[in-house]
Ligand binder design. Structure first.
Ligand code: ADP
Length: 630
């Protein structure tokens, strides 16, 4: 029974990935592919104008036609060449260059990455797609390289079509009769059909070898992708100056060098074997595809000899056949490259088809003058996507805006995860988070997020101007930025920088400024203050600060936070003691909750944590570190 799902022939030749990638590129910009294709169709046509016209001129001269009629053909030839050249120039101008396509596709990719839910962005599959996108772009040209491959394939394909078109009359020439058996045989349709059959068979077998070659090249590229990834990693380790300290102080150069050597040794044997195989298959394609050539030439010569075709036609048919084979061989290579490039750019297609899962409500977040907001976790459980383990396990509690909440607990207890859920970077697996009694999913996502200023433990500053980092925007109010920097205790340091707020952080350009971990933490705190959201969340906000800066931050916290809700994660127990509420996290659950005094009286986990820390600090130190509640 015939397999109904079998791919049509053209799909076996042009891979489905290539078709899907063409559609994607077309959705980026409608002009990229049509201009590229149009230009290459015309480029393929150019040589045939000259072949046809030359044959006509030769026939005209042999037949003794008038100079005027021969000149007419010459004029046609010149005009057609001129028109084609002009059209090619126009399409070349309309066509997007490699760099243009690179910019367009990169812009689309970035837009899509920014639109993705954080949860989706963090998934291993998505990160793999992004990594593949970078790899294939660097190694195989990605989308811009693919567009050029499409252009070359189209050119080769149309050269075949034109040459076949020129060869076609050859198969319908008149049969010479009355000049003997030999003349009859060579000019009869049977001989033409025979040559056509050999031609078709040789093309068919070449296609089989072409597919084989494509598979081998694919294997080779796949393998090279793996080892170049490893090479890149070593290169990245060595070239990034931030790694230099550890590499030198632990004398790791030997380890890295050996790693390099091992990767190199492993791949060279495979690559040389693969290259040989490719050569053999490539050679087979050329031999098979050329089988019909001598037969065709003999037939052309004989037909001309017996008067079935003109002398000018010899020029036309021989030119068409050599162009046919040249284009056929190029088409095999171009198709392989196009299909393989599409195969590696498949990550682009997958990336653009990722769908956001997050439900986005429309409800506006109520702007309340009395700041009477209440946030509630109602029986919330959560496991990270793709994992089973519940990081939060039936967590329930409420807190009000204006109150100060401290989250304490061992590493890995689930405190940061709690913050991520609160800010809706993830949705709970079970249970609900409510703002003023309404599930946070029902609120407009952007509006809901604007309620929070967060300084994550692994916060990031970017290699932009310092002022832009604080304001998280290109334009900013300088006065407010200075005010936030002063409150975070880094204003004076920035004033001493030559560029002030325009100072670019890190070494992106010549004038980038390196800052210490503690300075970066203060700038991150300033960014949270500049946002001026009703809820400020600080996850280990002083871990990189020196004791004096830590003291300054804590002592000013009451002013910094003013009437906002503050949620605060700290391992320094003394800094939480004056919070309205302390939630003690243990293994994904909230084991205890209450004020410092009530939890101390309870003599539970909080008490134990407090006591064990007190062993390392004097009683005076435990009491002295001011809390953000004053
Ligand atoms: P805490 O802030 O209390 O130190 P976290 O909330 O950061 O703890 O982490 C709790 C647990 O969740 C840890 O065991 C950690 O390995 C796991 N975890 C954190 N982030 C992810 C993630 N993106 N995917 C899977 N597991 C994670």
């Amino acid at each position: 029974m015939k397999n109904k799902t079998a791919n049509p022939l053209w799909q076996k030749i042009v891979s489905p990935e290539a078709v899907a990638l063409m559609k994607l590129i077309h959705s980026f910009h409608r002009g990229i592919l049509p201009a590229e294709i149009g230009k290459n169709i015309l480029e393929a046509l150019k040589p045939f104008i000259n072949i046809v016209c030359s044959a006509l001129i030769l026939d005209g001269l042999i037949a003794g036609e008038s100079a005027a009629s021969v000149m007419k053909i010459v004029c046609w030839m010149v005009s057609l060449n001129l028109i084609t050249a002009l059209l090619i120039a126009l399409l070349d101008w309309l066509r997007k260059s490699y760099l243009d396509v690179w910019c367009i596709s990169q812009k689309k990719f970035s837009e899509r990455a920014l639109q993705l839910d954080y949860e989706r962005l963090e998934e291993t599959e998505t990160r793999d797609m992004i990594r593949m996108h970078d790899e294939t772009r660097n190694m195989y040209g990605g989308i811009p390289g693919f567009c050029e491959d499409v252009g070359r394939t189209v050119k080769s394909f149309f050269s075949i079509v034109y040459s076949f078109g020129l060869m076609l009359p050859f198969f319908f020439t008149r049969t010479v009769q009355g000049k003997g058996m030999v003349a009859y045989l060579f000019t009869s349709p049977v001989s033409s059909v025979l040559v056509l059959a050999v031609l078709t068979a040789s093309i068919y077998f070449s296609l089989i070898f072409f597919k084989k070659k494509e598979r081998k090249v694919k294997e080779y590229w796949e393998y090279s992708l793996d080892f170049t990834r490893k090479f890149r990693y070593y290169h990245f380790l060595i070239s990034k100056y931030q790694n230099g300290k550890d590499i030198r102080s632990y004398h790791m150069s030997d380890l890295l060098y050996k790693g390099f050597q091992e990767v190199g040794r492993g791949c060279s044997a495979f690559l040389s074997r693969q290259a040989k195989l490719e050569e053999i298959i490539g050679g087979n394609i050329i031999i098979i595809s050329q089988i019909a050539v001598p037969l065709f030439y003999i037939l052309v010569g004989m037909k001309a000899l017996f008067g079935a075709i003109t002398v000018g036609s010899i020029l036309q048919y021989v030119g068409a056949l050599s162009s046919f084979y040249e284009s056929f061989t190029s088409l095999m290579t171009d198709l392989t490259e196009m299909n393989i490039c599409a195969n590696y750019s498949k990550c682009e297609i997958d990336f653009f088809s990722i769908e956001n899962k997050k439900y986005e409500g429309q409800l506006p977040v109520e702007k309340r003058d009395d700041n009477e907001y209440e946030l509630e976790f109602r029986d919330v459980s959560f496991a990270y996507p793709g994992t089973e383990k519940k990081i939060l396990d039936h967590v329930s509690f409420k807190f009000k805006v204006g109150s100060k909440l401290a989250l304490v607990g061992k590493n890995g207890a689930g405190k940061t995860t709690f913050i991520k859920l609160l800010c809706r970077l993830y949705d709970p697996t079970e249970g609900q988070i409510l703002l003023n009694g309404i599930d946070i999913k029902k609120y407009d996502y952007q509006e809901y997020q604007s309620l929070f200023s967060v300084v994550f433990q692994d916060f990031k500053l970017f290699s932009f101007e310092l002022g832009q980092n604080v304001a998280a925007s290109v334009d900013y109010e300088e006065e407010r930025v200075w005010d936030s920097l002063d409150k975070a205790g880094i204003g004076d340091r920035v004033r001493r920088m030559k560029g002030g707020l325009q100072t670019v952080l890190y070494q992106a350009g010549d004038d980038g400024v390196e800052i210490s971990g503690g300075e970066a933490q203060k700038i991150a705190i300033a960014r949270a203050l500049y946002k001026d959201a009703p809820v400020i969340i600080l996850d280990e906000p002083t871990s990189a600060l020196d004791p004096i800066s830590e003291y300054e931050i804590y002592s000013k916290f009451d002013t910094l936070v003013s009437d906002k809700t503050a949620i605060y994660i700290s391992h320094r127990m003394s800094s939480c003691r004056f919070c309205d509420n302390i939630a003690v996290f243990d293994n994904g659950t909230v084991r205890e909750m209450g004020s410092h005094e009530s939890l101390m009286k309870k003599k539970g986990l909080y008490y134990k944590m407090w006591e064990s820390q007190a062993k390392y600090y004097s009683e005076k130190q435990m009491k002295e570190v001011p809390s953000f509640a004053g």
